[in-house]
Design a protein around this ligand. Structure first.
Ligand SMILES: [Zn+2]
Length: 298
């Protein structure tokens, strides 16, 4: 009986050891090192590999001996790679605020090599706040509805612009002040109208300088119904930053601006209750938490 028990134990231990070794081997193979052939090995990593709903991440491929551009897909949409030096390619990806939490598969292809990376998406920590506003600030009058529709169409056409990469290095905050309303906050106005905050509010004084978050081209300087004086920068590869409620612009449509250039001034234009900057980030049509893009080491 004793011998039988110890034999069962031994077997279980062997099974456990081989399972662990297999798990370690699989992990290494899928997330870290890809020995394609002796002449062509590389590393691929997701940074971070675990994000929250509405966050951006980086996919970086390094150590390629040849300059073959990788291709990768997330939710059937291609990620846009650009060179980050010899044998190095990097892409910014993101998941929508409403994306389901769970593990997402990212198929990666480099030449003949194919593999799968796994991105973990956790539920976002979004607050709910209740606001009371005068009814005329909540429900637009009929003549404003046409204007709102026209402006929504204009914005949609901007998100479709597909230009070459203009951004250089990481994204910075346009205003170094404390934050007020975070990204993803659910606002229940007058107990019934629900609005999701798809950007980040940064405190500011009337007339304070607003800086470009990265190098980019000015693709909009207009007064919009909700956003007031709104400025949009195109950073290339489907990435845009949005600056709303400005008191004035310091650049013109079509200008190419460098990171940190003063592009406009804090104000309270449009649907705003006081001077502040609404800072938004779009990645291939999705509204992304601006904090997450400033954390990426590009
Ligand atoms: Zn806002």
């Amino acid at each position: 009986m004793k011998t039988k028990n110890s034999c069962v134990l031994k077997k279980a231990l062997i099974n456990l050891l081989s399972f662990s070794s297999l798990t370690i081997l699989c992990t290494l193979f899928f997330t870290a090192f890809f020995p394609v052939s002796q002449a062509d090995a590389f590393q691929a990593e997701l940074k971070p590999a675990s994000i929250r709903q509405g966050d951006a991440f980086l996919l970086r491929v390094t150590g390629l001996n040849r300059s073959i551009e990788p291709s990768a897909m997330l939710n059937k949409k291609p990620l846009r790679f650009s060179s980050c030096g010899e044998g190095c390619f990097v892409a910014i990806g993101a998941v929508d605020l409403n994306a389901r939490a769970g593990v997402y598969r990212i198929p990666l292809k480099i030449g003949q090599h194919k593999s799968i990376l796994r991105l973990r998406v956790l539920k976002g920590r979004f607050e709910t706040i209740h606001l009371t506003l005068p009814e005329e600030k909540v429900s637009p009058v009929p003549e404003d509805i046409d204007r709102i529709k026209r402006e929504a169409g204009l914005l949609t056409s901007i998100w479709e612009i597909d230009s070459e990469r203009l951004m250089e290095g990481g994204f910075v905050f346009p205003l170094e002040n404390p934050l007020s309303t975070p990204f993803g906050t659910k606002r229940i106005i007058n107990k019934e109208t629900v609005s999701i905050h798809r950007g980040l509010d940064i405190k500011g004084k009337e007339g304070e300088d607003i800086h470009a978050s990265n190098r980019g081209r000015v693709v909009l300087t207009e007064e919009l119904f909700f956003g007031g004086n709104t400025l949009i920068l195109d950073h290339g590869h489907g990435i845009f930053t949005v600056y709303m409620h400005l008191s004035g612009f310091n650049v013109g449509l079509g200008d190419l601006v460098s990171k940190n250039d003063v592009i406009g001034f804090v104000g309270s234009s449009g649907r705003s209750s006081g001077p502040h900057l609404h800072f938004g980030v779009k990645v291939t049509g999705m509204n992304i938490n601006p904090v997450s893009i400033t954390r990426l080491r590009l």
